[in-house]
Design a protein around this ligand. Structure first.
Ligand code: SAM
Ligand code: SF4
Length: 354
């Protein structure tokens, strides 16, 4: 594949030629290079996790949602501008109709080395069907969200989920050769007594694991201060039972990792509420309507759908992306307001994809 050096990177000539204006890399006002794009391919989901959605969610009208071809064009524009890692998320990415056609199409950037990683975050419900094809498309590792090992608790957290489908999906992922990281949200009074068991189970399966604090995103018909469990507490409790050794693992994400001596597995802690991880932020988030959020914890956003649809050339799109990156804020300031109990950010995680 012929390649040319562009903005300090090797890019295939075909790919560069597809851009009418040679795109510039994305460096924000604080000198951070944006190399990671998370894309919520749908706001819909087949579950209703209590901390994520209200039971009766109003989803976006289909006409506002980008087509898979438009999502492909947008993602590819970001790849041309220096994104090296793409994560598809949602809502539940695997409920979007024909989602595998997008995965397969985006995988061309892996083949040309314009992209290092294509991955996804899923609730695991449909993995049994898609694990093999994902691996076939060059997906090497995936994140699967699972907050409990208990069938009844799983049903309560997700409002109607069936945990056996997730276990079936995880088996399929293993068979297919996908590396798995289990993401669990730490929930006060719900799974806090189970966290050690989940860690031992995940590591026993050969999975990495990350614990996440609940973030105050969107109305959920409940009291978020009831759910919030600081990971500092979880870590202190775990340290009483297991040997945690800090390791300098950098995955390009906000997690801080420890190695658990007893299991030989890795455990990450994502603590947006108790620890500010913004200084090394390398990511932006795109919604399924083409809105770009430069920070998960801020409301400022840029509309990329209008420039995308306005012209077949990518010039307007690149200009809109540059303007957006030029406004990427230094960081967030999540607060769960104890007086009003209102979320700090009104949009749900399923809009921006976490
Ligand atoms: N449906 C997929 C899933 O559950 O993995 C992908 C989308 S989901 C929004 C992505 C991640 O965000 C999940 O791990 C979920 O647990 C987490 N999440 C959702 N709402 C959250 C909140 N308010 N605080 C912290 N994590 C949240
Ligand atoms: Fe759906 Fe994922 Fe939100 Fe649960 S966390 S409701 S699975 S989008």
């Amino acid at each position: 594949m012929p390649a040319r050096r562009h903005a300090g990177r090797w890019i295939s000539v075909d790919f560069l030629n597809s851009a009418t204006t040679a795109p510039r890399d994305m460096i924000d006002p604080f000198g951070r290079a944006v190399t990671y794009l998370r894309v919520s391919v749908t706001d819909r989901c087949d579950l209703r996790c209590v901390y994520c959605m209200s039971e009766h969610m109003t989803f976006l009208p289909k006409k506002d949602v980008l087509t898979l071809e438009e999502l492909d064009r947008l993602c590819s524009a970001f790849v041309a501008k220096g994104v090296r890692k793409l994560r598809l998320t949602g809502g539940e990415p695997l409920v979007r109709k024909n989602i595998m056609s997008l995965v397969r199409s985006l995988s061309r950037h892996l083949k040309t080395n314009d992209l290092d990683e294509l991955t996804l975050t899923t609730n695991g419900n449909h993995l049994e069907e898609f694990a093999g094809e994902l691996f076939d498309c060059g997906v090497k590792r995936i994140n699967v969200s699972l907050d409990t090992l208990n069938e009844a608790k799983f049903r309560a957290i997700t409002r109607w989920g069936d945990i056996s489908k997730v276990f079936g999906g995880l088996e399929a992922a293993k068979r297919a050769g996908l590396a798995v990281k289990i993401n669990a949200v730490a929930l006060k009074g719900v799974n806090e007594d189970e966290i050690e068991d989940i860690v031992r189970w995940a590591h026993g399966q050969g999975f990495d694991m990350t614990l996440i604090e609940t973030m105050p995103l969107g109305d959920i018909e409940g009291d978020r201060t009831d759910q919030y469990l600081p990971l500092s507490q979880v870590r202190a409790r775990l340290a009483g039972k297991l040997t945690l050794e800090d390791i300098p693992l950098k995955t390009g994400g906000p997690a801080r990792y420890v190695l658990i001596k007893e299991t030989g597995g890795r455990l990450g802690f994502i603590t947006p509420m108790t620890h500010n991880f913004c200084e090394s932020c390398n990511r932006v988030r795109l919604t399924c309507t083409g809105t770009l959020y430069m920070c998960l914890g801020q409301t400022d956003a840029a509309d990329l759908r209008a420039p995308l649809r306005a012209s077949e050339s990518n010039d307007l799109l690149y200009a809109a992306i540059d303007a957006a990156i030029g406004r990427k804020p230094e960081g967030h300031d999540f607060v769960i307001d104890r007086d009003t109990l209102r979320p700090a950010v009104a949009r749900h995680m399923s809009v921006t994809g976490g």
